[in-house]
Ligand binder design. Sequence first.
Ligand SMILES: Cc1cc2nc3c(=O)[nH]c(=O)nc-3n(C[C@H](O)[C@H](O)[C@H](O)COP(=O)(O)O)c2cc1C
Length: 189
Amino acid sequence: MMAPWREPLARALHRNRSLVYSRYIQLATVRGDGRPANRTVVFRGFRQGTDDLQLVSDGRSQKLVQLAGCAAAEACWYFPKTREQFRLAGQIAVIVSQTADPTLSLARWQMWQQLSEAARQQFTWPDPGQPQLEGADFCQPSPAEPPDWFCLLLLQIDQVDHLNLRADPQQRSSFQRRADSWTQVNLNP
Ligand SMILES: Cc1cc2nc3c(=O)[nH]c(=O)nc-3n(C[C@H](O)[C@H](O)[C@H](O)COP(=O)(O)O)c2cc1C
């Protein structure tokens, strides 16, 4: 059964579908020294048959360094048309080339095939976040197989805070997962 927050989120995605940037999410992670780190990523759908939110990223980037030390993460998603915010918190599972689970390994491979050529090409660029060297090559075609540092990230959500500014009065709901069941409480906004 789908988590109860999937329905309002699916509705928000549908109603904001004309805005390409409604699929951009802010993803926060925790640095080694406890400070937050935050950046924009593209929502790549939910993993089939689960409530896990899919993202892709480069294993050489700082967020992957941070996730190796602390898997906790929170996504913050604003839908401008319906004026809703979803905050989705949980743990990120990182699926890499060495991931043994065949289903997860296949999901990573399929995600690579689904990306646009422009998105795949970014993974051929030199190390992200490093000083740019003279003559650095950004023009390599993308390989058919995902490079080792291509990561599929699965945000396994255990807490959701949904705020609807458009309702009068505003509405706020909190969803908590315990084992496999969810509880929902309406909060003061
Ligand atoms: C609109 C937009 C979409 C982005 N999508 C992604 C993405 O899907 N995955 C990703 O790793 N970085 C994406 N980025 C780049 C990140 O925001 C970030 O600059 C980069 O991943 C390095 O982050 P880090 O140093 O915290 O790892 C996107 C940036 C923007 C502005």
